[in-house]
Design a protein around this ligand. Structure first.
Ligand SMILES: Cc1cc2nc3c(=O)[nH]c(=O)nc-3n(C[C@H](O)[C@H](O)[C@H](O)COP(=O)(O)OP(=O)(O)OC[C@H]3O[C@@H](n4cnc5c(N)ncnc54)[C@H](O)[C@@H]3O)c2cc1C
Length: 498
């Protein structure tokens, strides 16, 4: 069987990639080892930037109705919550939603595009040459060989795609573990949720659907237990008793698991015709709830670039920018989870340090700094060195209200639903001399921004990438206004054609 792209793994990242590639008309398939969707959730939240990218694709409503919103996030369970309401986004909150539900909604989207979905096939070999990649999988029908122009390993932490591609996974092994359990609580805490941190350990309770609760503990008594050691209800009960003075009437566990703080990142996100995304590319302690989120954002960065390469409209540098842009973002996530792990310190000095940082987080600037970091709204890509500098270049765009030239009122994100570049002209129509390449998905839109925004006062035109970042912005008060059409032509050509 031959495809343009094979995605190995139907976790949230593989599914997000499949829907992105399908949106751009790429002939991609998914290979997944499990015969059925998972029934247990590691992740329980979506952060503001993930909610924004879902809104860009018209999917946000399907997620919002399945979860519940919280205005704050946390950093290492510190008592001063991170205030997401001050963030420059319409999705200024966390959405609590079990990972199984995120996967179900994404799978529905993937199936609406009729993406070939091979379940129950375990990929055992990935070999590439200059022309294509051969993937061998084993399933109930025996050994099946697939071929594709490109393969994406979205196959989780133990990624066979990464290993077979000999991509080093740099970092460190676990030095501590935590435990979780999805249980019934006879006496749930006030407000149904809790974070407790004291000299006995750290405990969290998060409400789940169907009257269940997620218990998460970092208990110094058990923190040296190996990750593979099964968690028992008795262990969770004792930990909660020690940390909170009660086990909240815990019973009927449906899932219990142990997780560690191994912290690793793939040295390269690309090796020839093979790409990595999600946990296949990075692992870390789940502090702050970022892993699934950063993986989905990688999918959003890679999809259109790979589509452009396959369809022949991408400039030759575009696909490699996936590694350049996203490796450093993931690296920064790894570093902040290491900081959060360091703060899980139950000694008197550790508790004092936490008190100090919790106090610093009462200062709005400090709070905002970490809220932007955990929510991924601080992600800024490098300015295009070939275009004039502008403060907007490389930034992520929040959803903006626009008046189109015909008077219609719309929003920027609604223009991105199909996945395309948008060249937004804020001053004038497209100069007659500018030729628009026809092979790339590009919409030229003349509009005005409904509300004044800092950084936009001097903008003549802006090219918005399909993932909602600014490729470049041109100033209207340029010394060489007569050069604007030429710059516009150059900028469009540079990003939207080979
Ligand atoms: C305890 C815990 C709590 C977490 N909480 C959060 C949170 O609150 N927020 C957050 O953002 N993140 C959280 N995470 C991290 C998050 O769960 C992961 O980052 C996320 O699952 C990564 O998605 P993925 O699609 O990259 O990989 P996975 O979800 O691991 O999916 C990989 C898929 O590939 C398949 N596969 C693997 N090998 C093969 C093969 N050889 N052939 C075919 N298929 C294969 C697997 O069956 C699987 O379906 C948490 C993690 C843990 C451990």
């Amino acid at each position: 069987m031959k495809y343009e792209v094979i995605i190995v793994g139907a976790g949230p990242v593989g599914l997000m990639l499949a829907s992105e590639l399908a949106r751009f008309g790429v002939n991609a398939c998914i290979l997944e080892r499990q015969t059925e969707p998972g029934i247990f959730s590691k992740a329980t939240n979506l952060h503001p930037r993930s909610l924004e990218i879902l809104e860009m694709r018209g999917l946000l409503g399907s997620f919002i109705k399945e979860g519940y919103m919280m205005p704050t996030g946390h950093f290492s369970s510190l008592p001063t919550r991170l205030d997401f309401t001050v963030l420059d986004t319409r999705s200024n909150h966390v959405l609590f939603i079990p990972q199984t539900v995120t996967e179900r909604v994404l799978e529905e989207e993937v199936r609406s595009f009729d993406v070939p979905f091979h379940r129950g096939v375990d990929v055992v070999s990935v070999q590439q040459d200059e022309e294509l990649v051969e993937v061998v999988a084993v399933g109930s029908q025996g050994v099946i060989t697939f071929q594709a122009e490109y393969v994406i390993g979205a196959d989780g932490a133990g990624s066979i795609v990464r290993k077979q591609s000999h991509i080093p996974f740099d970092g460190s092994d676990s030095t501590m573990t935590g435990a979780l359990g999805d249980v019934t609580l006879g006496q749930p805490p006030v407000g149904n949720a809790l974070i407790e941190f004291n000299q006995h350990g750290n405990a969290m309770i998060i409400p789940l659907p169907e009257a269940k609760y997620r218990i998460v503990v970092a208990d110094p008594v058990c923190s040296k237990y190996p990750k593979e050691m099964p968690v028992t209800l008795e262990e969770l009960r004792s930990s909660m008793q020690r940390i909170c003075g009660t086990d909240f009437g815990m019973s009927d566990p449906v899932w219990m698991s142990r997780f560690g703080n191994a912290t690793r990142i793939a040295r390269q996100y690309r090796s020839g015709r093979v790409f990595l995304a999600g946990d296949a590319a990075h692992i870390h302690f789940p502090s702050g709830g970022q892993g699934l989120n950063v993986g989905m954002q990688e999918a959003m960065n890679l999809g259109w670039k790979l589509a452009g390469e396959i369809q022949g409209w991408a400039p030759d540098w575009l696909l490699d920018s996936y590694h350049q842009e996203r490796h450093q973002v993931a690296d920064s996530v790894l570093r902040n989870t290491e900081v959060q792990t360091k703060l899980i310190d139950f000694t008197p000095a550790g508790l004092e340090l936490r008190k100090t940082i919790a106090h610093l987080l009462t200062f709005p600037e400090a709070n905002r700094y970490l809220a932007e970091r955990i929510s991924a709204l601080d992600v800024l890509y490098e300015q295009d060195p070939e275009m004039p500098t502008h403060v907007l270049n490389g930034t992520r765009l929040p959803n903006l209200d626009l008046y189109l030239a015909n008077g219609e009122f719309t929003s920027l994100y609604s223009l991105l639903h199909t996945g395309c570049y948008i060249c937004l002209l804020l001053e004038d129509k497209l100069p007659d001399s500018v030729e628009v390449p026809t092979s790339a998905p590009l919409r030229i839109i003349q509009a005005t921004i409904a509300a004044r925004r800092a950084g936009w006062e001097d903008v003549y035109a802006v090219l918005i990438r399909p993932d909602g970042h600014v490729a470049w912005a041109l100033r209207k008060h340029s010394d060489a206004r007569s050069e604007l059409p030429a710059l516009l032509q150059y900028g469009i050509q540079r990003w939207c054609s080979r």
